[in-house]
Design a protein around this ligand. Structure first.
Ligand code: NAD
Ligand code: MG
Length: 299
């Protein structure tokens, strides 16, 4: 991928790689480093302006994709970070650790499986001890496995998708909230799939709809504490989630063709929205779902 300037005015349809792409199967969760073209997480482009100076952030799924872009942006905006990912993603995670250190911020790598409640509780404890508190919780980790027919969707998969996408968010929010001061923020990651579900993502789309309702309800519940809760709803984004079974492999070459901008988003295009929702600049925004969809807007 050529270096992008995220700040120069330009045609967004041509700003990043466009279909067609090569098929490139990986086994889940997949690695960003093995994708072609390599996703742009803002490594060479994101500029910080001190918008999160001194904040303490816990980010799940921070090794690759949207979570990596968020981690890079948060660090360059001045936040210290505890990053979670699966142990099999250590190679991707090492690159992110190095980038956060280059930004001059503290980073603690905390690999582990968030579909386990005990691990989620330990993760929040680790984060608050390592950082001296938690100001921002960003739930990015997610599981997406395409199945063409309901007959092929096993109870094990249905359960694992819900535990990773919904239960983990619940456990992490529940553990983090008592530690959060007024001004703290939670950002969840839903999807366009909550509103326009694909026929082959029954379980995944259902979890993303649950995240929307959870975000609306929790935002109302904790508003009086001065804590804000929002979610980002991406459209198709060029990440290993998609190439490692999130889409049927025959849909990878044309990923992004069905959105008005005609290409998939890159993780770097999501990060500024997470920064906005985490920062005090969005002080009157809570309970919202922010679409970043390439034009297939939310209802
Ligand atoms: P990604 O594969 O880079 O990130 C997903 C991450 O989830 C993985 O890196 C992994 O660390 C983490 N994860 C999965 N299962 C886990 C588990 N059991 N324990 C701990 N971590 C686990 O892909 P991405 O596209 O950046 O996905 C990030 C989020 O964005 C997900 O919630 C996904 O549903 C959402 N999203 C992605 C797209 C897209 O087109 N890529 C569109 C809409 C929403
Ligand atoms: Mg990953």
């Amino acid at each position: 991928m050529t270096t992008q300037n995220q700040y120069a005015m330009q045609d967004p349809t041509k700003q990043y790689p466009q279909p067609k792409f090569d098929k490139q199967p990986q086994s889940a969760p997949g690695l960003a480093k093995d994708m072609d073209p390599k996703p742009d997480h803002g490594e060479d482009s994101y500029k910080g302006f001190g918008r999160l100076a001194g904040r303490k952030a816990l980010i799940t799924g921070a090794d690759s994709g949207i979570g990596r872009a968020v981690a890079i942006a948060f660090a360059r905006e001045g936040a210290d970070i505890v990053m979670n990912y699966l142990p099999s993603e250590e190679e991707d995670a090492r690159e992110v650790v190095a980038l956060i250190e280059q930004a001059g911020r503290k980073v603690v790598a905390a690999p582990g499986d968030i579909s386990d409640e005990m691990f989620c509780m330990a993760l929040v404890d680790t984060a608050s001890k390592a950082l001296g508190g938690i100001d921002i919780l960003v739930n990015v980790a997610g599981k997406q496995t395409a199945q063409k027919a309901i007959a092929d969707l096993t109870t094990e998969q249905f359960d694992a998708t819900f535990r990773t996408n919904v239960h983990a968010m619940f456990w992490l929010c529940k553990a983090a909230l008592p530690l959060m001061p007024p001004g703290a923020t939670i950002i969840n990651t839903t999807s366009i799939q909550a509103y326009q579900p694909s026929e082959f993502l029954l379980d995944y789309a259902s979890t993303k709809a649950a995240i929307v309702a959870f975000t609306h309800a929790l935002a109302k519940q904790v508003a009086e504490k001065g804590i804000r809760v929002n979610a980002v709803a991406p459209g198709p984004v060029w990440t290993p989630l998609q190439t490692s079974g999130g889409q049927p492999q025959d849909k990878i070459p044309e990923l992004g063709t069905k959105v008005p901008l005609g290409r998939p988003g890159q993780p770097a295009e999501l990060a500024p929205i997470y920064v906005l929702l985490a920062s005090q600049e969005s002080s009157y925004v809570t309970g919202e779902i922010y679409g970043v969809t390439g034009g297939n807007h939310l209802p």
